[in-house]
Ligand binder design. Structure first.
Ligand SMILES: Nc1ncnc2c1ncn2[C@@H]1O[C@H](COP(=O)(O)OP(=O)(O)OP(=O)(O)O)[C@@H](O)[C@H]1O
Ligand SMILES: [Mg+2]
Length: 258
């Protein structure tokens, strides 16, 4: 088994008097999909925003390839190759696929790149992810379906030699066929060597595509389990009760959290 590429150790985060994350340990491994699960308000998005440099952290360590790093702003994460696809996707409707993929980065990393080059690179990025549902990279994003938009957002995130990608509820708004496409894409990203973090409330998706599952319960990691060695029932119990049989938070901790 490989070493984690990204690791959080004993991370704490409060908003004023509200202690949201308690001593959170969380690891991301190259070539694996790690699902981050937990009930509404458990702290998933807060954790992701700590890595993204949107939330500051109160205490704890963030390690990249085993070395402590400070992720004080979104650029710091991007510089390491950590990308985020948020639920609202942040795509610009009035631009086409190519323009969206290069939005904000046209000049910073490539110098002045011409349209033809960007178009070719956008096409290549989609092809490398075996995306075939998009007919033209010149199509306006406003004309895409939910699944196609999600696909473009993911392709955009991985266009920049990313090493780790966080996907917050990528299938929440999608139908059956589109969910299928996005899950296939999630798996392919990991198969290409990326560390993928999938935030999801859908246990079918989690069981199907994730290698391991970290369950947050009221801001504490209740357990990290391998999907192969676990069951939907166990994961649901970890989410809803913080423990399942012998696995999870000690009963005293569970009560204290409530
Ligand atoms: N900026 C903030 N200020 C104050 N409290 C916050 C802030 N952001 C999050 N919280 C609180 O932190 C807790 C965790 O919220 P978070 O959004 O991380 O949950 P989540 O696990 O992502 O939930 P969901 O599944 O609903 O998206 C909640 O109680 C929320 O109210
Ligand atoms: Mg959230």
């Amino acid at each position: 088994m490989s070493d984690p590429i990204l690791e959080l150790r004993k991370l704490n985060k409060s908003f004023g008097p509200v202690h949201v994350l308690h001593d959170v340990d969380f690891s991301v491994y190259p070539g694996e999909v790690t699902a981050l699960v937990g009930d509404n308000g458990a702290g998933k998005s807060t954790l992701v925003k700590c890595i993204a440099g949107i939330n500051s952290i109160d205490s704890g360590e963030i390690l990249w390839e085993g070395k402590p790093v400070t992720l004080a702003d979104p650029r710091a994460a991007a510089a390491l190759g950590i990308e985020f696809v948020y639920q609202d996707l942040a795509l610009a409707d009035n631009l086409d696929i190519t323009q969206n993929m290069f939005l904000g980065r046209e000049i910073s990393r490539f110098g002045f790149m011409n349209d033809g080059k960007m178009e070719a690179k956008a096409r290549e990025a989609l092809a490398s992810l075996s995306v075939r549902t998009v007919s033209s990279v010149r199509q306006l994003v406003s004309s895409l379906s939910g699944g196609q938009r999600q696909t473009v957002a993911i392709a955009k995130a991985v266009l920049w030699n990313s090493r780790v990608v966080f996907l917050d509820e990528p299938t929440a708004a999608l139908g059956v066929a589109q969910t299928r496409q996005v899950l296939d894409l999630v798996r392919r990203l990991a198969d290409q060597g990326l560390g993928v973090v999938l935030i999801s409330h859908n246990m079918n998706d989690v069981m199907e595509v994730a290698d391991r599952v970290a369950a947050l319960y009221l801001g504490r990691i209740a357990a990290e389990v391998f999907t192969k060695e676990s069951s939907t029932t166990q994961i649901v119990e970890l989410i809803t009760a913080g423990r399942s049989g012998d696995v999870g938070l000690a009963p005293a901790t569970v009560n204290e959290s409530i």
